[in-house]
Design a protein around this ligand. Structure first.
Ligand SMILES: *Cc1c(COP(=O)(O)O)cnc(C)c1O
Length: 459
């Protein structure tokens, strides 16, 4: 049965995969989810790219030609610099990490965005269309999005970042990409200013239409879909044993993919939701209430979020797919900054699967030091939040796999502080700090930014 997609808020048209990919957010403000969860197809021992094509097959069936999809997966994962693509490494008794950071920009977002860029280009070519992707970044997302589309003929991309507020490595991963469709802008302002500029561009209907604006943010269904694959790969790598996962979490996209893999048939004991001090999810799992709070900066900046936007997809399931109820809860959450679920919803959906834990910066540093002392392995601060949660919440006798979401060299200061060792960039990036940068500085001014976007659009 071909998978169609419905909005979690029920007021947007049902769409096929291609339209869902290009739309991102549903027109009613909701998130698209498949009309049903397919079961895993029979899986043979194959390469990661073949596994990816098989696991995602049901989600793109009827919309992307099988003959094109397989090669697209192969191309996307040929950019990874490890023969296993996402190797599983043992760090203790029945304790593993899955290294998701061997892609071009050294963070797990490459797993989704290398494929999403190729999907965009394929569909836009077929339709004879072009898009202009605009986005704001505080670090990892911008570089992964840029790398995902740098070879796309039908996609231009402009990424805004706050001047002087992203790390050298993160900035250079964006500004040293030499491609005619890639543009970065240093905004004289904060990350919030950058986000507001992006929102304002989308809200300017005339500009949005003129540029055919698009986004590849973490609520895009295709990103979640691509992440389901590595949960299946972890299960296969550990010889089909039931297992638990610990997932460093921000927007809830990664751990949601684990939940979907479980729905599709991966035998999963628990999904451990690991947060840093920005612990809205941990507090939800403790109290059944989701309450926003101010964001505080931590050593794991990619998890410094106020609201976990992908949680809405799980909420929709908890409401037995009642879109009206979900829309009401989200509206209430938006105005009041809080919402809660009933005890029976919690007992049915959360208790059997989810565990949660938080780590402050001291615990993050201690975990990096402990893992280095035990195994000689350097882990990044996000991964450390995951390992710490795994060690506190795992069940005896069940293998636990922590998702390693970033390469340690992406956060060298924190790693050095914890272990005394400064991790080196992998070879393909070793000259990053010498490469010429190309970027534009602009004031926090919508008119100036829109003029820039117009000037670089390849029409
Ligand atoms: C984006 C990111 C996360 C959080 O992932 P979500 O899907 O938003 O939960 C964790 N670690 C790193 C390194 C990231 O870049």
């Amino acid at each position: 049965m071909t998978v169609r997609y419905v909005s979690t808020r029920g007021q947007a048209p049902e769409l096929g995969f291609a339209d869902v990919l290009l739309a991102g957010l549903a027109s009613d403000g909701g998130l698209y989810v498949p009309s049903h969860w397919p079961t895993l197809p029979p899986l043979s021992t194959v390469s990661y790219a073949d596994l990816a094509a098989a696991v995602m097959g049901p989600f793109v069936d009827g919309e992307i030609d099988e003959v094109a999809f397989g090669p697209m997966c192969h191309e996307a994962y040929s950019t990874f610099r490890h023969p296993a693509i996402v190797p599983v490494v043992e760090i203790g008794p029945d304790e593993w990490v899955m290294e998701l950071f061997h892609g071009p920009t050294l963070a797990f977002k490459d797993v989704a965005l290398q494929l999403v860029g190729r999907l965009f280009d394929h569909l836009l070519t077929a339709r004879g269309e072009r898009v202009m992707i605009v986005g704001a970044t505080s670090g990892d997302t911008g570089s992964a999005a840029i790398d995902g589309v740098r070879r796309c003929d039908n996609v231009d991309i402009v990424i805004l970042y706050p001047q002087g507020r992203v790390s050298d490595v993160q900035r250079r991963q964006m500004t040293t990409v030499d491609a005619p469709n890639v543009h970065t802008v240093a905004i004289e302002g904060t990350f919030d200013d950058c986000q507001d500029l992006v929102k304002a561009m989308f809200n300017d209907v005339a500009f949005r239409g003129e540029m055919n604006l698009s986004a590849v943010n973490s609520i895009n269904w295709a990103r979640v879909m691509a992440q389901v694959v590595y949960y299946v790969a972890a299960w296969k790598a550990l010889e089909d044993r039931p297992l638990s996962f610990s997932v460093p979490t921000g927007n809830f996209g990664n751990v949601l993919a684990g939940w979907i893999a479980r729905e599709m048939g991966v035998p999963t004991h628990s999904l451990i939701v690991a947060s840093n001090t920005n612990d809205i999810l941990t507090r939800f799992f403790e109290s059944r209430a989701m309450v926003t709070d101010d964001v505080v900066p931590t050593l794991s900046p990619s998890m410094d979020i106020q609201v976990s936007s992908n949680f809405e997809r799980l909420l929709f399931e908890m409401n037995d797919r009642d879109a009206g109820a979900t829309a009401e809860q989200m509206a209430w959450f938006r105005t009041s900054g809080r919402m809660s679920v009933e005890a029976d919803q919690y007992a049915n959906w959360i208790e059997p699967v989810f565990r949660a834990a938080r780590s402050d910066d001291a615990d993050t540093l201690a975990t990096m030091a402990a893992v280095y002392g035990e195994s000689g392995m350097l882990i990044d601060p996000h991964t450390a939040v995951g390992v710490s949660a795994a060690r506190r919440r795992r069940e005896a006798g069940v293998p636990v796999v922590t998702m390693a979401t970033a390469h340690p060299a992406k956060f060298p200061d924190a790693v050095e502080k914890a272990t005394g060792v400064r991790p080196a960039l992998p070879e393909h990036l070793s000259d990053l700090l010498e490469r010429p940068e190309r970027t534009t500085s602009l004031p926090n001014d919508l008119g100036r930014v829109q003029a820039f976007v117009r000037s670089v659009a390849r029409r």
